[in-house]
Design a protein around this ligand. Structure first.
Ligand code: PLP
Length: 433
């Protein structure tokens, strides 16, 4: 990839200008490309599997807006639904029938869900799930897994203490220590650690909060029996099991990880795909828990733009398509083909690569060892990832600008897209070697 260097002059200029008035030049930190030692590309437009920057470069997009764009960009049916909704008014702050229709789709897709509250972001969904779990159990402690991300709510921005189930510390300035202390951070995929935490905080744990497939430390699937163990521990200890399915919901199966692994959560957080590319998210679960929300119950939660007509239109259109025939089989086949191609490219270049994949989400870890938790992820070769990222971008493939993120394959990725991606990877790997 030495020749034909992509011109990114306009992006460089745009980033400088943005950096004068937006902290870090962006509105969400990972977009700044700090994890790959380069400057971000500014986006002009996207369609299907392709995204275009303001310098006119086109890339095959595996970021997919960090997950939502499962149909690809600007899907005609979604665009039409949003456009029509916009013509009828963009926000009312009053109930609409489209919200009920959307809730019905979610209830019928996930067996554990009887009622749904719509909100605007995954962060809000998790904040509300925790508040509900605390209210329902009348307890304060939350168990979370190191490496799982649950948005930027105060209680979840914590780092593990030094020992097993020891007191957590805030991982962000501005989070009070007393709040961090109510969150117990333990390793992912470690049922014994969860058991120990329940023993240590007996009768005080409101909920276990987990990404059923870890997807914010790169993709780290649950080991056999892990989710079952969490389910059992919660039942034995009267705690709620909260699945943060903001990535996995409507992504790994129509019924999310709960369908894929055959486990019911007490509360489910949905976002990303469920918003169809617009800002929408949900907290959902059994009626007896959900009915604790205001106006029925004593748990306060509200949102001016919740159930927004544009977001609801995009979501309804997206979920209708996903409920159609063999979407998930198609996504899995695309994922499988891409994985096999990348593995082959790496091995023929003699590069150690472990790919973790669940359906259409996967991660390339530069290591010859299995990756089962955040400590394993941290032992992978980030320097090689940075070269891989830079080479792929140069070759017209847009990956998440961080070694700790997932690749998202969409229904718009064609066989040709995947073949081209693999071909670029072949070249990049032989250059790296
Ligand atoms: C993205 C994400 C969130 C936060 O969602 P936002 O809409 O960015 O607030 C929460 N949990 C998981 C698992 C996520 O991937």
């Amino acid at each position: 990839m030495k020749s034909g260097k992509k011109n990114r002059e306009k992006s460089t200029h745009a980033f400088a200008e943005a950096s004068r008035i937006l902290p870090g030049g962006v509105n969400s930190p990972v977009r700044a490309f700090a994890g790959v030692d380069t400057e971000p590309i500014f986006i002009a437009s996207a369609s299907g599997s392709k995204i275009c920057d303001i310098d006119g470069n086109e890339y095959i997009d595996y970021v997919s807006s960090w997950g939502p764009m499962i149909l690809g960009h600007a899907h005609p049916k979604v665009v039409r639904a949003v456009t029509e909704a916009a013509g009828r008014g963009t926000s009312f702050g009053a109930p609409t029938m489209a919200e009920t229709a959307l809730a019905q789709k979610v209830v019928s897709a996930l067996g554990s869900i009887e009622k749904v509250r719509m909100l605007n972001s995954g962060t809000e969904a998790v904040m509300t799930a925790i508040r509900l779990a605390r209210a329902f159990t009348e307890r304060d402690y939350i168990i979370k897994m190191v490496g799982c991300y649950h948005g930027h709510g105060d209680s979840l921005l914590v780092a593990a203490g030094s020992g097993l189930a020891e007191i957590s510390r805030p991982s962000s300035k501005g989070v009070p220590q007393p709040l961090a202390e109510l969150t117990i951070a333990i390793p992912y995929n470690d049922a014994d650690a969860a058991k120990a935490a329940f023993a240590k905080y007996k009768g005080r744990v409101a909920a276990v909060l987990v990404e059923p497939v870890g997807a914010n430390m790169g993709v780290v699937p649950p080991v056999d029996g892990y989710l079952q163990s969490l389910r059992r521990l919660c039942d034995e200890n009267g705690a709620m099991l909260i699945f943060d399915e903001v990535i996995t919901g409507f992504r790994v199966a129509l019924g999310g990880a709960q369908e894929l692994y055959g486990i019911n959560a007490d509360l489910t957080c949905l976002g990303k795909v469920v918003g169809g590319g617009l800002p929408a998210a949900m907290v959902a679960g059994q009626a007896k828990i959900m009915d604790m929300l205001a106006p029925l119950g004593p748990v306060y939660q509200a949102g001016t733009l919740s159930g927004n007509p544009l977001a609801t239109a995009a979501a309804n259109a997206t979920l209708e398509i996903l409920a159609g025939d063999d979407c998930y089989a198609k996504l899995d086949t695309s994922g499988e083909t891409l994985q096999a191609g990348l593995e082959d490219a790496a091995s023929s270049a003699g590069i150690a690569l472990t790919i973790n994949r669940v359906g259409s989400i996967m991660s390339c870890f530069f290591t010859d060892k299995p990756v089962k938790n955040f400590a394993d992820v941290q032992r992978t070769d980030v320097k090689t990832f940075k070269k891989f990222f830079a080479g792929m971008l140069q070759g017209g493939v847009y990956l998440a600008p961080s070694a700790y993120e997932a690749m998202f394959v969409s229904l718009a990725h064609s066989k040709e897209d995947i073949e081209k991606t693999v071909k670029v990877a072949h070249n990049v790997f032989s250059d790296i070697r």
